[in-house]
Each structure stands twice: as C-alpha cells, then as structure tokens.
Design a binder for this molecule. Structure first.
Ligand code: ATP
Length: 152
C-alpha cells in the first residue's frame, strides 16, 4: 500500500473538483474556506479521489446546492461535505462504509453506483491517519466530516 507523498494545497483541490463537477452536472457547489490555501502532506491523487467520492455522493443524493467547508484547525484539517438531500437513517450510518453496501433497493436503480465509493474513501482516510464522522437526518440531508492531519 505505497503512497506518493507530496505537499499540496487542499483548498485548490476542492476548488478544481467543484468547478469540474458543478459544470458537468449543472449543480451549485459552494466552497467555504477560512484560508486561501491550506497545505498538507500526503498522497494528493488519493485525497482528490476521496473528495471526489464525497462530493459525487452529495450531488447524487440531493437536488439542492451543496456546501464544502475547509477549516484549518489546531488539530488538523477539517473537511465537511454538506448536502440537503434524502439523508441516511441513523441505524444505517455505521454500514455506509462497508463494501457494496447501499442503503435501500430503490436507490440502486435511480442513481446507479456500486456501493464501493465510501469503502475506498475510508481506506484513503485511514492511510492518512485521519478520521470521519457522518451526521444525517432522513429528508433533511447529510454532513460527512473528515479530519486529516497536516503533517507539515
Ligand atoms: P458508488 O460506489 O458509485 O459511489 P454508492 O453511492 O452507492 O455507489 P457509496 O459511495 O459507498 O456507494 O455509498 C454507500 C451508500 O451510502 C449509498 O448507496 C447511499 O445509500 C448512502 N449514501 C452515501 N452518501 C450519501 C449521501 N450524501 N446522502 C444519502 N445517502 C448517502
């Protein structure tokens, strides 16, 4: 499990992804950051893939604009992907990160997808020694909150 480690700006990645995905899917992705640049050391391609998975899910499971928040905290970098969509029942949240797991049958057909995204996201968070929390209310929306150490 080798990593291609470099120093990079997380805000730049979020802005790039938001521009491409927002344009492609005709959706509004609002980026909020308390700093113009937030640097970390890690595998840039993997962190980009992680953010792509979370933003893609937020777009797939909602219809409204979504928000991405970047905070440079003492404890590390906090990244939140926030949507106002269908949400996840509380008892399903622990299962979301398992391979091939999808919350209910109906969703498979309407949105496609394999149920692999979040299991890959979790691996990327783990190799960076980060953590993830999910807050969600059915019918209200979902916040996926990630904490990554800066290591710089
Ligand atoms: P793919 O592998 O193509 O991303 P997927 O979206 O089904 O497909 P995961 O990203 O692993 O797979 O997500 C697992 C399940 O968790 C989803 O099927 C969905 O039911 C639920 N889920 C994930 N993100 C959200 C979200 N933002 N809002 C509501 N449900 C979500």
């Amino acid at each position: 499990n080798w990593l291609n480690v470099s120093r990079f700006d997380v805000v730049g990645i979020v802005r790039e992804l938001s521009e491409v995905l927002g344009t492609t899917f005709h959706r509004s992705i609002r980026v909020h950051s308390d700093h113009q640049f937030v640097y970390m050391k890690g595998d840039k391609d993997k962190v980009r893939q992680l953010l792509l998975i979370l933003i893609d899910n937020a777009l797939k499971y909602s219809k409204e604009p979504i928000d991405v928040r970047i905070r440079n905290q003492k404890s590390g970098i906090k990244l939140e992907v926030i949507d106002y969509g269908i949400g996840v029942p509380e008892n399903e949240i622990p299962n979301m990160f398992q391979r091939f797991y999808r919350v209910d049958e109906a969703r498979h057909r309407s949105t496609g997808g394999s149920g692999l995204g979040l299991s890959i996201a979790k691996k990327i968070i783990d190799v960076h020694e980060g953590s993830v929390e999910v807050y969600s209310k059915p019918g209200k929306g979902t916040t996926v909150s990630i904490q990554l150490p800066r290591k710089v």
